[in-house]
Design a protein around this ligand. Structure first.
Ligand SMILES: Cc1cc2nc3c(=O)[nH]c(=O)nc-3n(C[C@H](O)[C@H](O)[C@H](O)COP(=O)(O)OP(=O)(O)OC[C@H]3O[C@@H](n4cnc5c(N)ncnc54)[C@H](O)[C@@H]3O)c2cc1C
Length: 499
């Protein structure tokens, strides 16, 4: 029997683990190299010295994450809470409450989202100003042409152009951007904005319904997943930072190097973040010869901050998951009642809160004590009961340049799974795919897509990837009509103006 082909996967986040798992199932000799001490990437979790679970930010799993839900089923895990309702707060207090959308009578999208979301203060006239924006949702169909058309426009300009009121933008759309794309509207690509809003909120009424892990994702999903991969023969090596790709005279990848150490491979999959790949390219003697890789220097990432606080008494928090806006100019934040979500904290006499800040640049200059003081103040603004609770313990995790920045104009520099090196493939939440998913689900799907490209080249059965749910019929019809009109116009009028 011939020896199994060797594949090296770099980076043990959703993307890298997804690729490694499928290739191990297909009998490949697969080695996953991870720079940090734990697998999980941005979703890694670990224990403090006194045994408390922490993680670099809590992670939700939205209704459209069908590939991740399928994986969890296959691994026979039961990690998730029931569906949770959520609120939004501003310094003025409670602003919005969301129901569980799939429990409400089903309406053609986006009616359910507009009618069932309970805005406490936002006047109807402001909410109605979102209507013209529906055209752009029809026009943006996630195709490469649509990305090129919308990517160089900022989200703020898009909303302005379509007549969205200033209050609706500030109280609804910008908070969604800060939580969904980690940046304020003037720093987000309109293409990414439309893709993200459609996927998480607008494509189908239940899309915004979300579950959380009943502990850290690291404990509840990654640990058993890593065990399963190892039982299939996959090797997962931590504290291995890949510094270069090794190629032969024909420019085919032969393996990777971690400083002095090298790992041979018939194919290589990179599952690292934007900051990760930029570092590899900078050090590499190979990758920086290709403009596609050098151009990655034009991409950026965003600072985030994750905090966990243990209070001495129970504070009554109306809903378990909460998004907040208006506290800092360009920073959004969320807080979660972990007594409600995590089994470990259910019967604790005190309150445990996770509070995560996105686009947290200015907060990273503060020391931990200052940060925790600010978190306590902001929590008290939302839920006054925190004023009487004392902090017993806390943890602060600063993730510098951690998450992908879908900045205006960035699409031209993003890469897809196939790289200029024929047996080197890319995966991760920043890699171009026409699947339509975002965040963790996208990272996992791109990992499977990269594994499938290896399989196409070297043999085996491809992973089954569940496509996103098709557009509802009226959206599909709208898109066909719009596309036909666009084609007619393009034939009649030469491409004279900027797209
Ligand atoms: C605070 C916070 C909250 C979030 N909330 C949500 C949420 O609620 N829902 C959601 O779906 N998504 C959320 N996200 C986004 C989500 O975490 C990411 O989309 C997803 O984890 C990306 O996975 P990935 O595999 O693409 O990359 P990563 O998780 O970044 O993994 C890349 C891995 O590569 C490793 N690496 C880098 N360079 C090298 C090298 N040279 N050699 C070896 N290894 C290397 C890194 O150490 C890392 O482990 C959140 C992110 C943060 C930070």
């Amino acid at each position: 029997m011939s020896k199994p082909k060797k594949v090296v996967v770099v980076g043990a986040g959703w993307a890298g683990l997804g690729a490694t798992y499928h290739l191990a199932k297909q009998g490949y000799d697969v080695t996953l190299l991870e720079a940090s001490p734990y697998p999980g990437g941005l979703v890694a979790g670990w224990k403090t010295e006194d045994g408390k679970s922490i993680e670099a930010g809590i992670h939700g799993f939205w209704y459209p994450y069908q590939n991740i839900f399928q994986l969890v089923k296959e691994l026979e895990l039961n990690p998730f809470t029931n569906l949770t309702r959520s609120s939004q707060y501003s310094p003025a207090g409670l602003e919005v409450e969301s129901p569980i959308f799939q429990d409400e009578p089903l309406l053609p999208t986006p009616l359910g989202t507009f009618l069932y979301t309970k805005f406490k203060r936002l006047p109807l006239s402001d909410r109605l100003s979102a209507l013209p924006l529906l055209y752009s949702l029809i026009d943006f169909d996630n195709s490469p042409e649509a990305w090129e058309r919308y990517d160089k426009v900022t989200a703020r300009e898009l909303f302005k152009q379509f007549g969205v009121s200033s209050r609706l933008y500030k109280d609804a759309f910008e908070p969604m951007l800060l939580v969904g794309l980690f940046a304020p509207g003037e720093q987000c690509s309109a293409a990414a904005t439309l893709g993200m809003l459609y996927y998480f909120i607008l494509a189908h009424q239940p899309d915004f319904d979300v579950v959380w892990c009943r502990g850290t994702v690291g404990e509840m999903i990654f640990k058993p997943w890593v065990d399963k991969i190892e039982s299939l023969g996959g090797k997962i090596l931590t504290n291995k930072r890949v510094t270069d790709i090794i190629v032969n005279d024909q420019g085919i990848a032969k393996g990777v190097s971690c400083d002095e150490e090298s790992f041979a491979a018939d194919a290589v999959i990179l599952g690292v973040s934007i900051s990760g790949i930029k570092k590899i390219v900078t050090q590499s003697k190979v990758l920086n010869q290709y403009p596609e890789f050098s151009n990655l220097s034009n991409l950026g990432a965003i600072d985030v901050l994750a905090t966990r606080l243990w209070f001495d008494k129970k504070v009554d928090i109306p809903l378990p998951s909460n998004a907040c806006f208006g506290f800092d100019k360009t920073t959004g934040w969320t807080f979660f009642d972990l007594n409600n979500l995590h089994d470990e904290y259910k019967d604790l006499p005190g309150t445990v809160i996770e509070a995560d800040f996105y686009h947290a640049n200015q907060l990273l200059t503060m020391n931990d004590e200052q940060i925790i003081k600010k978190v306590h103040q902001d929590l008290t603004t939302c839920v006054p009961g925190f004023a009487n609770a004392n902090i017993m313990d806390s943890r602060v995790i600063k993730v510098r340049q951690g998450v992908t920045h879908f900045a205006p104009g960035s699409y031209q520099y993003l890469l897809s799974a196939k790289s200029p090196i024929s047996n080197l493939y890319l995966s991760g939440d920043w890699v171009i795919t026409n699947h339509g998913s975002w965040s963790q689900e996208k990272a996992y799907v791109t990992g499977l897509e990269a594994a499938n490209l290896v399989i196409e080249k070297l043999g085996g059965n491809p992973a089954k990837i569940i496509p996103v749910e098709p557009d509802e019929p009226h959206i599909k019809l709208g898109r066909v009509i719009n596309q036909n009109l666009r084609n007619i116009m393009n034939n009649l009028i030469p491409q004279f103006w900027l797209p």
